[in-house]
Design a protein around this ligand. Structure first.
Ligand code: SAH
Length: 337
């Protein structure tokens, strides 16, 4: 519940609005997990709260820390028994948490492990928040950046995503501004447009993976519904409104999307935009036969983009020793049961 809603609910219990602020801060600033910890709230109000509301808590089933770079991958059990993944990445500029937005996914991208068993359900805003809160509690470290790039398609769970983002940026909670949040989408055009109008200047990343519709459709079924011309136009509008630099994610798959010709096409597609192309050597998933491009090819692809004046990075691989790619840890957990 957002603060305004907590105020309404608390008002209905016959209490003053400042009590709602206190409760909200206990939950979202002090990250307490039970009403009993709220020591400046009267015992009778705490009892009433316990009767009327339930607090969402995630249980960490597994925490894996990479020996290579300190990246931590968490497997959380939700109150209904489903499991989801979140990742903590430690950078010099601060800690970033990659959260899941759905249990499973229905977008069907061919290279992705999160979509192999389809969509189970959407995550509630509380379940998205709890991923960040639990990670702060477990590590004792502050999180300053959030990326919605874990399992699921955030724009397929739009309303809950927006509520989550409003709560994350609330001064009575984590107070993380849109500038420190990135939402990654496979390209659901109407939602990109709607998101631009929310007044929330988050960074947007588009999972591109191929510069032409025909190739993209082979990798991402969603491309059949939203052709690139439409997606690009929506992104241009998003930029006009928010002025936030766009990111294009491009996972390199040997022999599929890594040719010099495709690098040239990609350069033409994004030229003139304030953007960054993030090249990701594809993480090989057991159920799929895609292979990652070899390092020379990746470098060559990068050089072609750079020669065309495009900002490009090769994603620093973090946590590859701990199954840190989309959906891999959950998949191995489910298979082992
Ligand atoms: N549904 C959203 C966010 C989740 S995926 C989206 O599509 O953007 C986060 C990123 O990882 C996406 O760019 C996705 O295409 C990419 N990805 C998924 N599986 C991958 C794999 N096996 N190797 C490399 N990148 C992968």
């Amino acid at each position: 519940m957002e603060l305004a809603r907590v105020k309404e609910e608390i008002g209905q219990l016959g209490e003053k609005p400042f009590r709602a602020v206190q409760i909200y801060e206990w939950l979202h600033k002090k990250l307490c997990g039970s009403f009993d910890e709220m020591t400046n709230i009267s015992r009778s109000l705490r009892e009433k709260c316990k009767e009327s509301f339930s607090l969402c808590t995630l249980h960490a089933v597994e925490c894996l820390e990479s020996e290579e770079d300190g990246t931590c991958k968490f497997l959380f059990r939700l109150p209904d028994g489903n499991v989801i993944e979140s990742v903590l990445m430690r950078y010099r500029h601060g800690n970033s948490v990659c959260i899941s937005s759905q249990v499973g996914c229905r977008m069907g991208c061919r290279f992705c492990a999160s979509t192999l068993s389809g969509l189970v359900r959407n995550l509630m805003p509380s379940e998205m928040l709890e991923q960040v809160y639990q990670i702060q509690k477990i590590t004792g470290e502050r999180v300053s950046n959030i990326v919605v790039m874990g399992m699921g398609e955030p724009f397929d769970n739009y309303d809950n995503l927006v509520t989550f983002l409003r709560m994350v940026s609330d001064g009575n909670g984590l107070n993380i501004s849109g500038r420190n949040v990135t939402v990654s989408t496979c390209g659901i055009t109407p939602r990109i447009r709607q998101f631009a109008e929310e007044g929330f200047t988050a960074n947007l990343a588009l999972s591109l993976h191929a510069p032409k519709d025909a190739d993209r459709e082979g990798l991402m079924p969603v491309a059949r519904m939203y052709p690139l011309a439409q997606v690009m136009e929506a992104l241009d509008d998003y930029y006009k409104i928010t002025k936030r630099r766009l990111t294009f994610e491009y996972s390199l798959i040997a022999g599929v999307n890594d040719s010099a010709g495709q690098a040239g096409e990609l350069a033409r597609l994004v030229k003139g935009k304030n953007c960054l192309v993030n090249l990701i050597p594809v993480n090989e998933v057991r159920e799929r036969d895609f292979k990652r491009s070899d390092p020379r090819n990746i470098q060559n692809f990068k050089n072609i983009l750079e020669k065309n004046g495009i900002n490009v990075t090769i994603r620093r691989e973090m946590g590859s020793d701990i199954n840190a790619a989309c959906g891999q840890l959950r998949k191995s957990y489910m298979d082992g049961r």
